[in-house]
Write a protein that binds this ligand. Sequence first.
Ligand SMILES: O=P(O)(O)OC[C@H]1O[C@H](O[C@H]2O[C@H](CO)[C@@H](O)[C@H](O)[C@H]2O)[C@H](O)[C@@H](O)[C@@H]1O
Length: 281
Amino acid sequence: MEFTSPEAQERYAALVRALPQVVVGLDFDGTLSPIVEDPTAARIHPEAAPVLRALAAEVRALAVVTGRPARQAIALGDLDEVGTALREAGTELYVFGQYGNERWSASRRRIVSPQPPHGLATFLRELPGVLREADAADAWVEEKGLAVAVHTRRLPEPGEAQRRLTAPLTALAERHDLAIEPGRHVLEVRAPGMHKGIAVRTVVEEVEAGGILFAGDDLGDLEAFEAVAELREEGLATLLVCSASEEQVALVERADVVVDGPDGVLELLRRLTADAAAARG
Ligand SMILES: O=P(O)(O)OC[C@H]1O[C@H](O[C@H]2O[C@H](CO)[C@@H](O)[C@H](O)[C@H]2O)[C@H](O)[C@@H](O)[C@@H]1O
């Protein structure tokens, strides 16, 4: 892991001191879960559960903030079980799904979700024609209830296919008052208005946190990074962690710490837990 500046190292030290008041916010794909070709085959990192359990004893709350539907993230992350263990340590686990549109907590065990956006059903009906015209008929379409994700990872030239699809999918989304969210070999179409930054602020305010660490890997995490930077200006202890990959570099220049993918994220969380225990004496 690499601190990006001397100030970043000081922010880490301040976060360790404030840890009992800190919310740890974690993206799922590419941060807690290694990227795989087939999104249905993704699973949380095998070492995540014990790392999160150990960290839970040191922090105010944990929040998984993801583009995945909450139900899916809970299943792929075994978060029901992790949440039970965290509750035993007196710590809440939140899951904000679909970029903050859905929420779940280990204490309530119920997913609160809005209605799908108007226009999504028509968007879906018109989608195959647009994919054919863009020579991407084999793109994998993930229907998420509140959103649709068009994946190019398994096409012969995934980056080129994503570039080819961006303009026609954006136009189709705009015709139906929907927003487009680009990601790692994926273009997601969803309702405008909600993003991970709102989810971060919500959890920080609800638990009256004194600090926030957020770790992410992709463009959909940018708003969370912006929210954390604003909270820093407001006086909270903060740390921005980039789970780095060759596919996406946008978060690197905004991060305090750059780590090597999900392995690196867990290494950082282990170090944080150990440093907090050492600081307690
Ligand atoms: O906010 P996140 O937790 O990072 O979720 C964003 C999207 O991640 C998933 O797709 C990504 O991960 C897949 C599995 O590793 C990978 O195959 C794909 O190329 C990535 O874009 C997921 O399928 C989407 O629904 C999430 O919104």
